[in-house]
Design a protein. Structure first.
Length: 317
């Protein structure tokens, strides 16, 4: 574990980086940033997207810490063995069915049928990290910011374990722009990443390098699973899981859906069109608060950490 502290007398946050053992087969990276004085009641967790290590969110975490937040970032690409999860998943989904059955039985049944081990694994990793590294035996609620595919896993976690969360911010999240198909979505993702790297953005090169490093650390677990991981993005977009999670609004969680007008992976017009379709089916005002930003697109939080942190601070107040 490495600690990067500021010199005595400065006001810079203290940054701790390390690894957390998820199982005997897997480790996940985390970053912990503590301001000189914590002024916000809830700790914040940043949940990165597909292939994004927590370490590339160090600058965004520091930007939030400068505003008084204690911040964690964790990597989602963890190798929890699937064979150990089937029983856990069945039990957790049964609890969800009982929790929400009276409010939304049809959507709950659809959600339970739609969740796969691939998706549940990452939601459970988030829950485990919160309980063991952040709450540490307490029942304090957490604010969570989920980016891209991380937003989809945050949504599932908030649906299954709403008692863990105070605010949920879905930032340029998967699952809100309808079913555009695997090939098209994957091309958008890779094209956007390549364009940012071509523009000499060292941070975007770090996204790719950190992904490779994380996969190597977890050995052969992800070998042959790359397509399944990528296709999970599409399963979220093809499946209206948001119908279920947003039923907790007003009872458990404050939800914000933040989309950048320049996002080429999940275009703003598709998000708005899908929102209108869902409103016709289950009514207006059931999806939390949508916020539109105007930055650089899908990776705004990485490329413009200070500006995005200021906006997040206002939402989490």
């Amino acid at each position: 574990m490495k600690v990067h502290g500021a010199e005595r007398g400065t006001r810079a946050p203290t940054v701790t980086t390390g690894e957390y053992e998820v199982s005997d087969r897997s480790h996940t990276d985390f970053v912990h940033v503590v301001p000189e004085r914590v002024t916000q009641k809830c700790k914040v967790i940043i949940a990165p997207g597909m292939g994004e290590s927590a370490r590339i969110y160090t600058e965004p975490a520091v930007a939030l810490a400068k505003l008084g937040h204690e911040v964690y970032a964790m990597s989602h690409d963890v190798a929890l063995p699937d064979e150990h999860l089937e029983g856990i998943m069945r039990a957790e989904l049964a609890r969800a069915r009982a929790r929400y059955a009276n409010a939304l039985p049809r959507s709950i049944d659809a959600l339970i049928r739609g969740i796969r081990i691939t998706e549940f694994r990452k939601a459970l990793a988030l829950k485990t990290f919160i309980e063991s590294k952040v709450q540490k035996g307490t029942d304090e609620k957490i604010d969570v910011v989920g980016h891209s595919q991380g937003g989809a896993y945050v949504t599932i976690a908030a649906f299954l374990w709403p008692e863990l969360f105070d605010h949920v911010v879905l930032m340029n999240s998967a699952g809100h722009n309808g079913d555009v198909g695997y090939s098209k979505l994957f091309r958008r993702f890779m094209t956007g990443l390549s364009k940012r790297a071509a523009l000499n953005s060292s941070k975007m090169v770090d996204v790719a390098l950190e992904s490779v490093r994380l996969i190597r650390k977890n050995g052969g677990f992800f070998k042959g699973r790359a397509v399944d991981e990528a296709r999970s993005l599409v399963s979220f977009n093809a499946f209206p899981y948001l119908n279920a999670i947003t039923q907790t609004v007003g009872r458990h969680i404050k939800i914000f859906r933040v989309y950048d007008a320049n996002d080429s992976v999940f275009p703003h017009d598709e998000v708005l069109a899908e929102e209108r379709r869902n409103e016709r089916s289950i009514g207006t005002g059931r999806f939390g608060t949508r916020v539109t930003t105007h930055h650089k697109g899908h990776y705004s939080f990485i490329e413009k950490p200070d500006a995005v942190a200021t906006e997040l601070h206002a939402l989490l107040a």
